[in-house]
Design a protein around this ligand. Structure first.
Ligand SMILES: C[C@H](O)[C@H](O)[C@H]1CNC2=NC(N)=NC(=O)C2=N1
Length: 103
């Protein structure tokens, strides 16, 4: 039988949930009309930065929630937002927490 997997749509964070995220997620800023979580990371060199990105990629794929990011040599800039919801959801907060735990 054909199985159709339906992804669950996460709800946008309510003001109290946003406030909780802000105080929990040290190092991250909430930007672009409270639709994005953003953080910059700096490493010793490109190899360290890319190793970090590989670990983030595995976490993200496991969660089926993916960062918008850029890398320039030893710097990695990560933006988290739930595109399907058009803003921040618990998925972004959870992924940000897991990324923070890597460094
Ligand atoms: C089908 C799949 O679950 C969706 O396209 C997921 C994949 N990763 C995602 N990542 C992010 N950041 N936002 C999404 O809305 C999103 N949607």
């Amino acid at each position: 039988m054909l199985q159709v997997e339906e992804a669950e749509m996460a709800d946008k964070l309510k003001p109290d949930e946003l406030a909780a995220a802000r105080s929990k997620l040290r190092g991250w800023t909430i930007e672009n009309g409270e639709t994005q979580l953003k953080r910059s990371f700096k490493f010793k060199d490109f190899s360290e930065a890319f190793g970090f990105m590989s670990r983030v990629a595995l976490l993200a794929d496991k969660a089926d929630h993916h960062p918008d990011w850029s890398n320039s040599y030893n710097k990695v800039e990560i933006v988290l937002s739930t595109h399907d919801a058009g803003g921040l959801t618990q998925k972004d907060v959870d992924l940000a927490g897991k990324i923070s735990a890597l460094v």
